[in-house]
Design a protein around this ligand. Structure first.
Ligand SMILES: [Zn+2]
Length: 352
């Protein structure tokens, strides 16, 4: 079977993405339009001119610090901009075979320069995204991301309260992202206790992306993390791996992202296969597809080409993703059925 045939099979499989940022999913054409409207000081004459500033390109530095410079917060002028990027994120996910997307977004980022309220942006993302998901025949959940560098207990508390109010519309959890070195987990215990106390919001924490395994441990032990974003460094600590293997915490891994940020040296050396073999719950996700210039299908191709995975291994990871989704049991059953039917109808055949 050639590469194109393999790709088409993977693209058609129903996939679950638990780790995708709205702010990293914006089409370049949309950035151009929004940037021109705002008169931003960026090369906005063409997609080619803008691309190196908002996407990772081969030859650019591979560091988290460099990658984070590509997130600009001043694109947005109106709620209709926010509705548009949410809708387009779901359309693009559907085009790569995603049937359940948990889209995460930062109300603070969307409102920082736009004059919009954090609460209003939450409603715009959720209502527009849910409609787009419905139109595409997908299911959806939304996660509110907090950025470590921008901690403000009272502001975050009010966002958490609003997230609870929107939980019946689709907000399912909260996330912590940003600089783990300068703003370690211990600074966020009080606010994550608050999120946990709602008993409505689930918790996922970016941890162990460019830091040590201790950051993964403390996210689970101190911040109530049910899932970990990346968690690459868990592979350096055999005790932690054993503990994770016995528990229910899932690592949301994003191979191309990890390569582009320099958190792994080579895709073939990504720790996902090793963690999987150790019994740790892992799944494959896209992170920032527009900025990485990837799709979830491309991420699955990494598993096939770099790690020698076949459909059997991918089915195992997909089941872990469904099992780890922040959904009620009825929806979990529906998604699991959809995924299982597709894999089983292929007879888990080889991709060779
Ligand atoms: Zn992320």
């Amino acid at each position: 079977m050639n590469r194109i045939e393999q790709y088409e099979i993977l693209k058609a499989l129903p996939k679950v993405d638990l780790h995708r940022h709205l702010e990293g999913s914006i089409r370049i054409e949309t950035l151009l339009e929004m940037g021109r409207k705002r008169g931003l000081d960026l090369p906005l004459e063409s997609a080619e001119a803008l691309a190196p500033h908002v996407t990772w390109q081969p030859g650019q530095p591979r560091s988290l610090k460099h990658f984070l410079t590509k997130f600009h917060a001043d694109w947005y002028s109106s709620y209709s901009d926010v509705e548009r990027i949410s809708r387009e994120a779901f359309e693009d996910a559907a085009a790569s075979g995603v049937v359940y997307l948990e889209l995460r977004f930062s109300p603070e980022h969307l409102s920082r320069h736009s004059g919009l309220s954090p609460e209003g942006t939450m409603e715009a993302v959720v209502e527009s995204g849910m409609q787009a998901a419905d139109d595409a025949g997908m299911d959806a959940g939304f996660i509110v991301t907090f950025t470590r560098e921008r901690y403000d207990f009272d502001q975050w508390k009010s966002v958490i309260n609003h997230a609870v109010e929107l939980s019946d519309k689709g907000i399912v959890g909260v996330d912590l992202a940003g600089d783990e070195f300068a703003y370690p987990n211990r600074q966020f215990i009080r606010i994550m206790d608050r999120a946990h106390d709602t008993s409505v919001l689930n918790i996922t924490i970016h941890a162990g992306e460019g830091t040590s395994a201790a950051s993964v441990s403390s996210a689970v032990e101190s911040l109530h993390a049910q899932r970990i974003g990346h968690g690459i460094s868990a592979a350096e600590d055999s005790m932690l791996m054993q503990k994770l293997a016995q528990g229910t915490v899932t690592l949301e891994m994003c191979p191309n992202s990890n390569f582009q940020t320099g958190c792994v040296h080579e895709l073939k050396d990504h720790p996902l296969p090793m963690l999987k073999n150790a019994g740790v719950r892992v799944c494959i996700n896209s992170d920032d597809p527009a900025m990485h210039q990837n799709t979830l299908t491309d991420e699955y191709m990494v598993a096939v080409e770099q790690w020698g995975f076949g459909l059997e291994e991918l089915f195992e990871l997909e089941k872990i993703a469904v099992d780890s989704a922040f959904v009620n049991e009825a929806l979990r059953k529906k998604i699991m059925q959809r995924v299982s039917d597709a894999y089983l109808s292929r007879g888990i055949e080889s991709l060779k």
